[in-house]
Design a protein around this ligand. Structure first.
Ligand SMILES: O=C(CO)COP(=O)(O)O
Length: 249
């Protein structure tokens, strides 16, 4: 079986002023040499400061979004190269809040993911169905289409992570059953292996949506779950540490 290093990623979303850096430092102080990889994606305003504060620690820093172009006349946007230059190693792409708030299509997400890879970042490509799609039994169709449309041909196990985040589970306290998570992750693995071959067995598949210290261990026990993308519970070191502890076993 493939050996995939667990990745526990925090997405701070549009939260965090400079004072929030102390929470990330408290995470880094707790985990000096974890088995898992630990990542925090702060708002763009904190990427540089966080990368400096966490330099030499086991906690990596990532962006939450990037533009598809490396530079140019795009006021207010940030390129993958800029994130890399600020000390980021990862970049989220296609988060459902970007798809909803900014109308990002699968094609947009694919272009951004490619830009992240080209800049030397690991793209964490987010997909997931809405409640309507889940109730309409369209979940696997949505996953198939989003993987096909959002993941660039350049994806490898080294430059790409997939995050499955059912939209209805984000920030709601609702979590799919273990059977539902397992079905989605097994399906993603099969789709990726069909497209990319055996190397896709090494690609990490994260679950995201209301992950907490109390439910993390049973989610991490699912065979094709290789970590978590955590929103609310990543803002407090005590909560995020509890989730990392569940992965460390
Ligand atoms: O959207 C998420 C992470 O990207 C999940 O958010 P919550 O953990 O707050 O549900």
């Amino acid at each position: 079986m493939a050996e995939r290093r667990m990745l526990i990623a925090g997405n701070w979303k549009m939260n965090g002023l400079a004072s929030q850096i102390a929470e990330a430092e408290a995470v880094a102080d707790t985990w000096r040499a974890p088995k898992s990889e630990v990542l925090i994606c702060p708002p763009a305003t904190l990427v540089g400061a966080l990368a400096s504060a966490l330099g030499g620690s086991a906690v990596a820093v990532g962006g939450q979004d990037c533009h598809a172009e490396p530079s140019g006349a795009h006021t207010g946007d940030i390129s993958a190269q800029m994130l890399k230059d600020s000390g980021a190693r990862f970049c989220l792409t296609g988060h459902s809040e970007r798809r909803t708030d900014h109308g990002e299509s699968d094609a947009d997400v694919q272009a951004k993911s490619h830009a992240a890879q080209a800049a030397g970042l690991i793209a964490v490509i987010c997909i997931g169905e809405t409640l309507d799609e889940r109730e309409g039994e369209k979940t696997l169709d949505v996953i198939r289409a989003q993987l096909a449309g959002s993941v660039p041909d350049t994806a490898t196990a080294a430059n790409t992570v997939i995050a499955y985040e059912p939209v209805w589970a984000i920030g709601t306290g609702l979590v799919p059953t273990i059977a539902q998570i397992s079905e989605a992750h097994d399906f993603m693995r099969a789709e990726l292996v069909a497209r990319f071959g055996a190397q896709a067995n090494d690609m990490r598949l994260l679950y995201g949506g209301s992950v907490k210290p109390a439910n993390a261990a049973e989610i991490f026990a699912v065979e094709n779950v290789d970590g978590a993308l955590v929103g609310g519970a990543s803002l407090k070191a005590a909560d995020f540490n509890g989730i990392i502890a569940a992965a460390e076993g």
